[in-house]
Ligand binder design. Sequence first.
Ligand SMILES: Nc1ncnc2c1ncn2[C@@H]1O[C@H](COP(=O)(O)OP(=O)(O)O)[C@@H](O)[C@H]1O
Ligand SMILES: [Mg+2]
Length: 346
Amino acid sequence: MKNPSVDTHLLPAERAGDEPLLAVDNLHVEFQTRQGVVRAVNGVSYSVDAGETLAVLGESGSGKSVTAQAIMGILDMPPARIPKGEVRFHGTDLLTMPDDARGQIRGRRIAMIFQDALSALNPVFTVGWQIGEMFRVHQGMSKRDARRKAVELMDRVRIPGAKSRVDDFPHQFSGGMRQRIMIAMAIALDPEILIADEPTTALDVTVQAQIMGLLAELQQESDMGLILITHDLGVVADVADKIAVMYGGRIVENASVFDGYRAPAHPYTKGLLESIPRVDLKGQELYAIKGMPPNLLDMPTGCAFHPRCPYRKENCVTDAPPLYTVSDTRGSACHYWREVLDDGSN
Ligand SMILES: Nc1ncnc2c1ncn2[C@@H]1O[C@H](COP(=O)(O)OP(=O)(O)O)[C@@H](O)[C@H]1O
Ligand SMILES: [Mg+2]
């Protein structure tokens, strides 16, 4: 076990070893709203193993964060409801686990960096105190030891001069350094899974790359499973092993990062890839996918992407595509995935 001091009891299936570290299986999440039922997640499946990085991609509103919140067990229910699906950690479904057992896992064995992380630090406490809180609260550590651990962690996330900066306040750090502090808090208890939800969106391009590089290094040091959520395909290409592309609360393509980026098998992935700004094509007009993401209260018939799809044929309007098997490591929810794939392999 990675974390004997924190967690001494194994989950029942933990020694089985044939299950992925974390598996989301046919997950459905809906919200009761005044306008009606918002089906935010509609049968999402993905998995991540130790030492593996999964990038979850898709435009804003596609259900990436809601899926992550369901994994963490932090959805407010109601208004949220999980009518179907499993989130298995070492083979045990977290969704049906008693609250106290779940609480032992949340933040310790599965940790998350939130989308609005930069505003999450408390302005009136020093960063050392806030990082140390992880140890004081979860492990009953003394103030002095917790402060020492905070310095260690600040070193680990490569904050220069950690020892002299541990008593500084959040506003004395740049955005990139504050994000490092958030990462330090997330990895404090040595989680097996780290979910990073748009960890670099608020940062400039150079700092984004540094933070991605840091996450990749930390993962290698500790063999974590890493789930990187982003709408920006450019920032994850170098660090991800595999991708899951979401549209309208569904996975429309999953692939190894190599296959997916080389030749997408879904028109939406293709569109996303073509809208990445490329340094080598400076000045060239940026392709953006035409049209708007679907309205979850009024989903298009057939394939949800059909109104925006250049490959659309008649049956796309009427028949919802299943996730077709493209290869044993790849799936695409497009009736015409062969055509898309051929176009990309030119
Ligand atoms: N508490 C909520 N009540 C109603 N709808 C919600 C709630 N939280 C999220 N949603 C809806 O679920 C959809 C997916 O949201 P989200 O997972 O945050 O998207 P993403 O992270 O991909 O940008 C959005 O349409 C959003 O409006
Ligand atoms: Mg989000």
